[in-house]
Write a protein that binds this ligand. Structure first.
Ligand code: DER
Length: 232
C-alpha cells in the first residue's frame, strides 16, 4: 500500500534523525504508529534511553503496547522532541491537525518540545491549506457552547461548521479525551492563519483549534516513489 509505505518511510527517517536519549512527545493518528515502532526498535538495538509522553489515550496505549517507558507532563515537563502527524501542511509548514480529535494535547506537547517534527504521507503536502484536506479545521469546544461558538465563528470569519458526530460506533457527537466536542470549521480561501489561530482561541467556549502556525521545526513527507521529501 503506497500510502502506508509512505507513512512508514517518513516516520522512520524522523525517528532516526531526531530521537536521542530523553523525553519524547508522542503524537496521535496512524502515521505515528510507525514512529513508535521505530523508536522501540532503536531502544532494543541501541539501548536508547527514552521516556514517552502521550498526546492521547491512543498514544498512551501505543507506548504501553511497544513496552516503552511511559511519562507525563507533570513529571517530564520539558521534551527533547515531539513527533506527530498532520492532516495537511502548507508550504510554510502551517498545519491542520485534529483529524483524529487529539489536537489539544497534541498542541501542548508540540509547544513543550525543543523540536516539533511532523511526519506524513504525500497526501498531506499542499501549497495552501484546503487543497487536499476537505474536512475543515477541527476546533475543540466546551460541549454546552458548541452552538454559540459555531455562530461566532461564522460571524467573525465566515464559513460553516459541523459538529463532529461519532458515526455508527456511538450515537451522538464525538467526545474528546478531554470530555469536549469538536466542530469542524469549513473555511473558505487562504487566510492570515496566525490571526485566525489567535482569533479562534479568543472565542469563549473554544478550548483549542487545529491550526498549528509556526510550530513545526521540520516535516518529513513519505512520497509514493519511495523517497522522503523534507520541508523546513
Ligand atoms: O489528529 C491529528 O492531528 C493527527 O496527527 C492526525 O491527523 C494524523 O493522522 P494520520 O497520521 O492518521 O494521517
Amino acid at each position: 500500500d503506497p500510502v502506508e509505505n509512505a507513512k512508514r518511510l517518513a516516520a522512520f527517517k524522523a525517528v532516526d534523525n531526531h530521537v536521542v536519549d530523553g523525553v519524547i512527545g508522542i503524537g496521535s493518528g496512524s502515521t505515528v504508529v510507525y514512529a513508535v515502532e521505530r523508536l522501540a526498535q532503536r531502544v532494543k538495538d541501541e539501548g536508547l534511553e527514552v521516556i514517552c509522553v502521550p498526546s492521547s489515550f491512543q498514544a498512551k496505549q501505543l507506548i504501553i503496547q511497544y513496552g516503552l517507558k511511559l511519562g507525563d507532563l507533570e513529571t517530564n515537563p520539558e521534551l527533547k522532541v515531539t513527533i506527530d502527524g498532520a492532516d495537511e501542511s502548507d508550504s510554510m509548514l502551517t498545519l491542520i491537525k485534529g483529524g483524529g480529535g487529539c489536537l489539544t494535547q497534541e498542541k501542548i506537547l508540540a509547544s513543550c518540545a525543543e523540536e516539533f517534527i511532523v511526519i506524513a504521507d504525500y497526501r498531506k503536502a499542499s501549497t495552501n491549506l484546503g487543497e487536499q484536506w476537505s474536512k475543515g479545521i477541527p476546533i475543540e469546544v466546551i460541549p454546552g457552547a458548541y452552538r454559540v461558538v459555531y455562530q461566532k465563528i461564522e460571524k467573525l470569519l465566515g464559513g460553516k461548521s459541523d459538529l463532529r458526530m461519532s458515526g455508527s460506533s456511538k450515537a451522538g457527537p464525538v467526545v474528546t479525551d478531554n470530555g469536549n466536542f469538536i466542530l469542524d470549521w469549513n473555511f473558505e480561501g487562504v487566510k492570515d492563519w496566525k490571526h485566525v489561530e489567535n482569533s479562534l482561541n479568543m472565542i469563549p467556549g473554544v478550548v483549542e483549534n487545529g491550526l498549528f502556525v509556526g510550530m513545526a521545526r521540520k516535516a518529513y513527507f513519505g512520497m509514493s516513489d519511495g523517497t522522503v521529501m523534507e520541508r523546513n
